[in-house]
Design a protein around this ligand. Structure first.
Ligand SMILES: NC(=O)c1ccc[n+]([C@@H]2O[C@H](COP(=O)([O-])OP(=O)(O)OC[C@H]3O[C@@H](n4cnc5c(N)ncnc54)[C@H](OP(=O)(O)O)[C@@H]3O)[C@@H](O)[C@H]2O)c1
Length: 261
């Protein structure tokens, strides 16, 4: 292994550490997922983000099996599609079977079902966690109000909210609101949500001898936002991970925060 991106981590409210850098796998077909995940593991990523809806859990599972890394050194997230309410447990069992795992590290409700918080689904997530099938549980694309609804209905806060995020989407109200509730902010689409030619990012990248994509990854890590860049190109897989080590100064982070639209 050339690198180990299991560090740095953020502590989840229920205890486990989650690597701030993960490998995104949306739109990687199952037939390519084994090679892409193997490249990511080889590059040092120790956190893989998938979903039932990505239809690539089997390919990812093959790469995990072939890598033969200690289970506790890998952090695997999958997500339940919103229209699977009522068959939560079956959905998770299918994910585990495809991934070749007996537990995932994080299981997320992919979207609020019918745009509603849906505490009855969340209760099933709490039950799966109690059984040890998911070490941590969380949500994706939830508003603060929807998270509050889950907390007041069940007494259990999601460990994570995975949301579209990046410099132009930076919103201190959301970031602080999640932090106040003990919910880790996991950003998705770090590049697709960004202008990689933005002059502020270009200037900061030049100072660090980095690319703007790497600066965006470094900005997430500095804020302790989880970041899960996706690529199928081996050179980009390696380069994006190295962004986690771009050490931005506080004034550079503030300049990037100010790109919020
Ligand atoms: N929870 C949700 O609803 C949700 C929604 C969307 C995404 N996600 C998760 O978040 C992950 C990341 O988001 P994303 O896949 O939407 O987008 P992303 O990671 O922001 O961007 C991926 C795109 O950028 C390209 N790219 C990768 N590295 C690059 C670089 N260094 N320079 C220029 N272009 C680069 C990729 O092409 P190549 O592959 O050709 O390199 C791909 O087209 C997903 O894979 C998924 O795991 C979750």
């Amino acid at each position: 292994m050339t690198n180990d991106y299991s560090q740095p981590t953020v502590a989840l409210s229920n205890g486990p550490a989650m690597p701030l850098l993960g490998f995104g796998t949306w739109q990687i077909p199952d037939s390519e997922a084994t090679a892409a995940t193997a490249a990511a593991l080889e590059a040092g990523y120790r956190h893989i983000d998938t979903a039932t809806g990505y239809q690539n859990e089997a390919g990812i599972g093959q790469a995990l099996a072939a890598a033969d890394l200690p289970r506790e050194s890998i952090f695997v997230t999958t997500k339940m599609p919103p229209d699977h309410v009522g068959r939560e447990r079956q959905t998770l069992e299918e994910s585990l079977q495809k991934l070749g795992l007996d537990r995932v590290d994080l299981w997320l409700v992919h979207w609020p079902p019918n745009k509603q918080a849906t505490p009855e689904a969340w209760e099933q997530f709490v039950a799966a966690q109690a059984e040890g099938l998911a070490t941590s549980i969380g949500v994706s694309n939830y508003s603060l109000d929807q998270i509050d609804e889950l907390i007041s209905a069940t007494g259990v806060a999601p460990a994570v909210n995975q949301i579209k995020w990046g410099p132009t989407l930076y919103d201190a109200t959301i970031a602080d609101g999640l932090a106040e509730r003990g919910v880790v902010l996991e950003g998705y689409s770090p590049f697709r949500a960004s202008n990689l030619d933005d002059p502020t990012l270009v200037a900061i990248a030049e100072k660090h001898g980095a690319t703007t994509a790497q600066v965006i990854v470094g900005w997430h890590v500095k804020h302790k936002f989880v970041v899960i860049p996706k690529s199928t190109q081996p050179e980009r897989i390696v380069a994006n991970a190295a962004g986690a080590r771009v050490d931005l100064a506080d004034d550079e982070v503030a300049q990037i925060d100010a790109l919020a639209e």
